[in-house]
Design a protein around this ligand. Structure first.
Ligand SMILES: [Zn+2]
Length: 562
């Protein structure tokens, strides 16, 4: 049984064997000294665990005032026509019409999302010029500016020079872009430059194999009006970008490296930013009666944890916090109700909700948000074994309600039930939002475009919808209701953990609602289609998207700070 293990110890390189430091002898064949480890000759280059958890690198972004372009790669904007920006016109003149010629030859019209890429001839000192079509900038939303930054960053490889400069000015009067827009472009570039390549030991040799967001680009400078204001504004955005990349790192990490314990350690790292982090082990959770959560992890050799992260940024430190709860199933085999083999590897991402919570608290703390916020994540591994929960088992929960577990693959709701209950009991929050890769059914309903939103509170729901449109992390509300609730009635317990064949995302949400107290505004975000494996975009090329960090950061910024 997992909870029988001593506190001291750690997992072997495989994430499978537990090292008991005090009571057992060390296994002779394991060079790392791990008990029962079959690894006879470990390749030191493979010792990824020892590298710790470096943040994936991203290119540094800086701001300066508009100035003549002298070296490296230059990026200028063009609106429909094309109408070149003032910097573009100046370059065209200095190059004796090289831009005009290229525009004619390629029939470039300046349409949104079109890019004319030209090697710069002559003696201007520039290696390359990108003319980026933006259509009509007056129609640009915040999300468009962010994506513009991402699209531009995707074209900069560093091969044509380690430095690139974006001249951010409007082709038509007034030429100046706002500081916010400049910061949004920088955020887009930062998000695009993220890549998760720490396990790649060989560099791709051929140019064609290189990723377009390669990090050889050392420096990206944004020229704009009000550069100093843009720089200040970006300091806030950068904190959010870091939070997103923290979430992406967690989602992308394989489950042999990132189990419940290691995930809790990553949450603990937030103490550096002034966050108070408490980690509850199985014994502590059992004391709280969190039997539903514990039932999910009991088939795994790796013990379960709950991490609680408190950020107190409001003037009144004793004011009610907002609570964000995340599902952190570090690997979901389905348990005894085991999943089919195809695609099971994706289940390393069944902790995207918890990853978002860690990323969000990182963002709030790093930008010193004036809010009291608490993030709570349930960390378990769902494995089949002789100690695993069986279909048909009945377990209790912290709320006192009993649950008949008819499908051990509907485990996320069991984890959330107890963490949601703990969040309300302990913190009496202003509102609680939970995120979870909860159901495959949400993919059937909404695809990768929207996260599913369920809520008992119209105001909270509207605020989330608005924040989603602004940030491009969109949510779509689906219904709850007593008729759906009837579908989770159990013959022998207070409820069962699955509904029927239809409306799977809704019955999952109904289940969670049974653990929400009357009067607590609550929203559940089903991010199974958006948190992982979503399509590559201008601002994300990695498997884990970090979905939810910008959304909830905006929700808090617009409604709960001050
Ligand atoms: Zn599952």
């Amino acid at each position: 049984m997992a909870e029988m293990r001593p506190e001291t110890g750690g997992y072997c390189l495989h994430g499978k064997h537990y090292l008991v430091t005090r009571t057992h002898a060390v296994h002779a064949t394991c060079p790392k000294g791990f008990v029962n480890c079959n690894l006879s000759s470990a390749n030191p280059g493979l010792d990824i665990r020892q590298k710790g958890f470096p943040m994936s690198k991203t290119t540094a972004v800086s701001f300066t005032d508009i100035a003549p372009l002298k070296e490296g790669v230059a990026v200028i904007l063009a609106e429909d026509g094309p109408t070149l920006s003032p910097a573009g016109k100046a370059l065209d003149k200095a190059s004796e019409g090289a831009l005009t010629n290229a525009i004619k030859m390629r029939k470039f019209k300046g349409k949104k999302k079109s890019i004319l890429d030209m090697i710069m001839p002559g003696n201007l000192g520039l290696s390359r010029v990108l003319i980026v079509g933006v259509g009509a900038l007056k129609d640009f939303s915040e999300d468009d500016w962010v994506r513009l930054g991402g699209a531009i960053r995707g074209k900069l490889t560093g091969r044509d020079g380690p430095n690139a400069t974006i001249v951010l000015e409007r082709p038509k009067r007034p030429y100046a872009v706002s500081a916010e827009q400049a910061a949004d472009v920088a955020l887009g570039a930062m998000l695009r430059s993220y890549k998760f390549d720490k396990y790649k030991t060989k560099q791709a040799k051929k140019d064609g194999e290189r990723d377009n967001n390669d990090t050889d680009l050392a420096k990206l400078t944004i020229q704009c009006a009000n550069a100093s204001t843009a720089r200040r504004r970006f300091a806030t955005q950068k904190a959010v970008g870091e939070g997103i990349n923290v979430a992406r790192d967690l989602v992308n990490e394989p489950a042999n490296i990132l189990g419940p314990k290691e995930f809790a350690d990553r949450a603990k790292a937030l103490t550096k930013l002034g966050v108070k982090v408490q980690v509850l082990d199985e014994q502590a959770m059992r004391k709280q009666g969190m039997d539903a959560l514990l039932a999910v992890g009991q088939g795994s050799d790796r013990p379960s944890f709950m991490a609680v992260m408190e950020w107190k940024g409001a003037k009144d430190k004793s004011g009610k916090p907002v609570a964000i709860v995340g599902k952190g199933v570090t690997f979901d085999t389905g348990g005894i109700s085991i999943k089919p083999a195809a695609g099971m590897g994706d289940m390393k991402g069944d902790m995207a909700g918890a990853a978002c919570v860690v990323g969000l608290i990182h963002a709030l703390a790093a930008r010193k948000a004036k809010v009291n916020a608490v993030g709570l994540i349930g960390l378990v591994e769902n494995m089949p074994s002789g100690t695993a929960t069986r279909p048909g088992d009945v377990v209790g929960s912290m709320s006192g309600q009993t649950i008949e577990i008819l499908n051990t693959d509907a485990e996320g709701r069991l984890v959330l039930a107890d963490v949601l209950c703990y969040a309300q009991e302990k913190y009496k929050p202003k509102w609680v939002v939970n995120l979870a890769t909860l159901t495959g059914a949400i993919l059937v309903a909404l695809g990768n475009e929207h996260a599913g939103l369920f809520s008992n509170d119209d105001k909270l729901s509207d605020k989330l919808t608005k924040a989603g449109i602004e940030t491009g992390e969109k949510v779509w509300r689906l219904p709850l209701g007593p008729k759906y609730d009837e579908l989770i009635k159990s013959d022998i317990a207070d409820m069962k953990n699955i509904g029927g064949r239809w409306g799977g995302s809704i019955t999952a949400a109904q289940f969670l609602q049974r653990f929400i107290k009357e009067g607590t505004p609550w929203a559940h975000l089903d991010i199974a289609g958006t948190g992982m494996g979503s399509p590559k975009t201008e601002i994300n090329q990695s498997w884990g998207s970090g979905f939810g960090v910008r959304l909830l950061n905006r929700l808090v910024a617009e409604n709960d700070e001050g």
